[in-house]
Design a protein around this ligand. Structure first.
Ligand code: SAH
Ligand code: SF4
Ligand code: F3S
Length: 471
């Protein structure tokens, strides 16, 4: 369970891990050591970065001591995400001292937020590149090699990297992310993303389908379509009148092959449509799982968060979703201790959790981000100890709910996609069911990428354990 420190969706153990190619390092190429922090979209961007640099004479390495370039793809969502990057940069200092020609680049959301200030504040950094500037990296590297420190934080209204096929880093060869849109226009008052990733834009539908098909042909069996707000995906093919909605895109991806599972993230409660649910119902390979961030269960707080829905609207959307798929897997994001949140308003969040009973939640303490509407308009006035206590209460309640929801699965059989060995044992495989729950089971004669039917025997709040009954 996340504790408010970790970023969402990406396993804690992957944060900051060296991302590398599956094939062995090639001789004679320059070596890139690449680390990523933050959300799935940042990890997907790292695959774009690697793809661009691979075409420019680089290979990846897991040994930072061997690197010619160290790139760190950063997150700015909460202060602790940034502190972590600052601490990490200190570890690179001895390497740079030993090898002054080593190029150190900071990419991603924190680079975009701090811009040139990064160069002033962190003397060892040579390159600062924002999320829309990755095509420029080869130039920025050349400049750095000639001794010039440089910044490109230009935010684009068009860039979607549609034509760049990402190299897959560190993957299991079974599931992959596909970015379908970039940026965000929602302006939730607490959130830095609209400033670090710029305006919302959708990626060419054909390039998304082609990428998904290519993955399937390479043996992948699951794709997750990514965007800050996937429901507002829109694309118009040249010469055609009709606008392609997210529901249409989802359907097209699902039609590639029945053995290709399709997931998506993130949905916004204000935009999720019945059309999406109808498409989900119509296609068995679209997973019955929705991540629908609520942030707070209190309507006044939601209003000052500028989420543009209230408590009733959110609960109504949950009912709509369940009316289509009663056994849907549901997860959410919750912020504890937003500006001026009272004890009763915090209780409203807990009550909403009790009404919905989410399978899973990502829970955070409110962290004021410079430049956001909340930082300008509202005082960050809930004392730290109160914020922590509220977060703890939310986490405890969620743990209880996750356990409850998992216990309801005991005795049920699920179709599971085998993702690989479980963390703890070579005799066990892990894989997720349709509702996104991780199930551990004896590996038998199965292999990665197989679909197996697993009956759940026992559980804790985080995982289900079961046995394969048939393939
Ligand atoms: N577009 C995604 C959000 C990405 S940010 C969405 O709407 O779900 C992921 C989560 O981080 C948010 O849902 C929110 O719960 C949390 N978050 C964002 N800004 C925050 C802040 N300033 N302090 C604490 N949590 C924050
Ligand atoms: Fe941030 Fe809101 Fe956009 Fe999500 S929808 S990225 S929380 S502004
Ligand atoms: Fe993602 Fe963090 Fe940026 S959550 S969009 S990497 S601020």
């Amino acid at each position: 369970m996340r504790d408010g420190i970790n970023e969402k969706y990406i396993d804690e153990e992957k944060q900051g891990e060296a991302l590398h190619l599956a094939e062995p390092e090639k001789e004679g190429l320059k070596k890139l050591y690449l680390e990523s922090y933050g959300c799935q979209m940042n990890f997907a961007d790292s695959e774009i970065v690697a793809s661009i640099l691979l075409k420019n004479g680089y290979t990846t390495t897991q040994q930072m001591e061997d690197a010619d370039a160290i790139f760190i793809n950063t997150c700015a969502i909460r202060d602790n995400a940034e502190q972590r990057v600052r601490a990490r940069l200190k570890n690179f200092k001895p390497l740079k001292d030993k090898k002054p020609e080593l190029v150190i680049g900071v990419l991603g959301c924190m680079a975009e937020r701090l811009k040139k200030r990064f160069l002033d504040e962190e003397k060892l950094v040579d390159i600062v590149a924002g999320p829309d500037a990755y095509r420029d990296l080869p130039n920025l590297i050349s400049e750095a090699e000639s001794g010039q420190r440089s910044v490109n934080v230009f935010l684009s209204r068009e860039e979607t990297y549609a034509d760049i096929s990402p190299v897959r880093l560190d993957g299991n060869g079974i599931s992959a992310f596909i970015t379908i849109m970039r940026g965000c226009d929602n302006m939730c008052s607490f959130c830095v993303v609209p400033y670090t990733r710029g305006r919302e834009r959708s990626r060419d539908m054909q390039s998304i389908i082609a990428e998904a098909r290519d993955l399937f042909e390479k043996g992948y069996r699951e794709v997750t379509l990514l965007g800050q707000n996937v429901d507002s995906y829109k694309w118009k093919n040249a010469g055609e009148e009709n606008v392609i909605s997210f529901a249409k895109l989802l359907e097209q991806v699902a039609l590639i092959h029945p053995d290709l599972r399709v997931r998506f993230s993130t949905s916004h409660p204000k935009d999720i449509t019945e059309e999406v649910m109808q498409v989900m119902v119509a296609h068995e390979n679209i997973c019955n799982y929705i991540h629908l961030p609520v942030q707070s269960g209190n309507s006044r707080i939601l209003e000052i968060m500028n989420r543009t829905y209230d408590r009733e609207w959110y609960l109504n959307r949950i009912n709509m979703i369940k009316s289509y798929v009663p056994n849907i897997g549901l997860s959410t994001d919750i912020i504890a201790g937003f500006c001026s949140e009272t004890e009763e308003e915090h209780q409203d969040t807990m009550k909403l959790m009790n009404e919905v009973v989410f399978d899973y939640a990502y829970m955070f303490i409110y962290s004021e981000r410079p430049g956001t509407p909340a930082s300008k308009n509202y005082a960050d006035d809930v004392p730290e100890d109160v914020k922590s206590r509220r977060l703890q209460e939310i986490i405890t309640l969620q743990r209880d709910h996750s356990l409850q929801r998992n216990q309801q699965d005991i005795g049920k059989t699920f179709k599971v996609l085998v993702e690989g060995y479980s963390k703890r044992s070579d005799e066990m495989f892990k894989g997720r069911n349709d509702q996104n729950k991780m199930i551990i089971f004896p590996k038998g004669n199965f292999k990665k990428g197989d679909y197996v039917n697993v009956v759940v025997k026992e559980c804790n709040s985080a995982t289900l354990h079961g046995e394969v009954i048939s393939a």
